[in-house]
Design a protein. Structure first.
Length: 223
């Protein structure tokens, strides 16, 4: 790890919160009503880490189905209700955040409203305050580097002083393109037992399966 690291940038869904399995299930069920039949593996490979705009475009390109105007708002409403019933932080993240010595923030493809509610429901909002950046603040979302570069600028650090923690191929690609260090977090339930598109594309990126191993992977963090 670069000893000049000054900022850790966390993705939200699937990294801070164990939400991707919930989101995927709701999306699969909602799309089925429009005769778009996909499974969790399809979501992982094509949608993970992407903005809803990108998801909409991929559904049109791959299934020739144009989602109704109200689809996104209806999907998000159902999803937030599901979050309120079962959303949890990823195991060990609260202890990690409470003990971090470095500055940190969130950079996510999710909407500001969804992110705010997810952090509140999961009990993690206390750690981030105004340190949340979403894809709505940049022209291009992940896998473009724009969001991570925007977060670094807002936090007052250089790209090579950042460490990004991501679960998705889109996110790891964005971080790499931004010239930032990156770790692939695989502790979310949505990645359990699945083949990793990230490792296929980025075999040299370090893998973190549980937050309790974070200090072992990067001992310089707590110096």
């Amino acid at each position: 790890m670069n000893k000049n690291t000054k900022l850790i940038i966390f993705d939200c869904d699937g990294v801070l919160i164990d939400s991707e399995i919930i989101s995927a299930t709701v999306l699969i069920e909602t799309l089925r009503e429009l005769s778009v039949d996909i499974d969790i593996q399809y979501v992982q490979r094509h949608f993970l880490g992407c903005s809803f705009k990108s998801v909409r475009e991929k559904i049109l390109d791959n299934f020739d189905v144009s989602l109704p105007t109200a689809f996104e708002s209806e999907y998000r409403a159902v999803l937030l209700e599901q979050f309120r019933r079962e959303l949890q932080p990823t195991e060990g993240i609260e202890a990690l955040l409470a003990g971090l010595k470095l500055e940190f923030c969130v950079a996510t493809s999710s909407s500001p409203e969804r992110t705010s509610e997810a952090l509140r429901v999961s009990g993690l909002a206390q750690f981030f305050a105004a340190k949340v950046f979403t894809a709505e603040e940049v022209k291009l979302g992940k896998p473009a580097p724009d969001l991570f570069l925007h977060a670094a600028r807002e936090m007052g650090v250089l790209p090579n002083e950042c460490l990004v923690i991501e679960d998705s191929l889109a996110g790891v690609t964005a971080a790499s393109s931004a010239g930032m260090q990156v770790i692939h977090y695989t502790g979310g339930r949505h990645l359990s037992g699945s083949s990793s598109t990230v490792l296929e594309a980025f075999p040299d990126v370090p893998v973190l399966q549980h937050w309790k191993n974070f200090a072992d992977l990067l001992p310089v963090i707590n110096r």
